[in-house]
Design a protein around this ligand. Sequence first.
Ligand SMILES: Nc1ncnc2c1ncn2[C@@H]1O[C@H](COP(=O)(O)OP(=O)(O)O)[C@@H](O)[C@H]1O
Ligand SMILES: [Mg+2]
Length: 324
Amino acid sequence: MSIIHVEDLVKEFRRPRQYDGSFRTIRTLLTREYTVKRAVNGVSFDVQAGELVGYLGPNGAGKSTTIKMLTGILEPTAGTVTVAGITPWRERERNARNIGVVFGQRSQLWWDLPLRDSLWLIGKLYEMPRGLFETRLRQFTELLGLAPFMDTPVRQLSLGQRMRGDLAAAMLYAPKILYLDEPTVGLDVVAKEAVRTFVRELNRESGTTVILTTHDLDDVEQLCDRIVLIDQGAVMYDGGLDTLKSRYAPYRELVVHTNSQVSDVPGATVTRQEDGRVCMRFDPRLMTAADLIGSLLARHAISDLSITEPELESVIRNIYADRP
Ligand SMILES: Nc1ncnc2c1ncn2[C@@H]1O[C@H](COP(=O)(O)OP(=O)(O)O)[C@@H](O)[C@H]1O
Ligand SMILES: [Mg+2]
């Protein structure tokens, strides 16, 4: 049985029409007309325990709204959400014990308290036995490098420090599921790496189920085996990262270093040629890299070459470019 089950999930936001100064809108205010925004439009997916799923899509696609329904913060307009056997918005407290949540844009910590006190309060709220609390606190302090800022009020922490504190707070009481909404947004390379290492470790060592939304596709490449891609509130792709690449970007790029003029290459398309480097694209299902390189070597003096897979970023750009 899946640990997370989402079926035909819909969320609409109703907002009174804004007053824009026209007569029409004054009437609108009196008659209370609404605009309806369908942020999530029939999403279905299942997550098995121990999976690490990337939930991706452009700005405004409905990612955060979905996460909020999974956490129980928002009640769906229609559809089903079951998380570890619980309907989150109906049993928010019971659900809260099973999940850890980190919103990159907003800290869950107490702004004026030192990190240490925030974590202690969370231990109390979740009624953690003292021994367990201390063991996990020690473990996370080490894993996330919290010691240098444990006694600093949260408001004074850098973004990277705060994010590490938030991760510790979210996982302290050992929930089975972790939701991460843009956890690496605005972080420097070192802090991003710390977040990724921590998430990977939790997933591998403790089997924590993770749903991650992010704009940083390096996060996805490094962490996720499976991705669910949404657009305008609906699922466009659900499957493995490799399958996504081979379906939407089956080509490879070959770069050769040569001084000779390379124009016509059977089985490949030259995309760029500059400073003794020639870039070409080929479809490995039609032409093997070995054959392509063989035919080039037979005709040109080549000093170096490399083959690259398409970047996830360009794959996803292609998918959205193709949409109706
Ligand atoms: N509380 C709200 N009231 C009205 N509209 C909202 C609210 N929250 C989100 N939306 C709208 O729903 C859509 C999806 O938002 P969101 O789930 O935050 O997208 P994402 O996280 O993928 O960027 C957007 O068009 C957004 O403006
Ligand atoms: Mg969002």
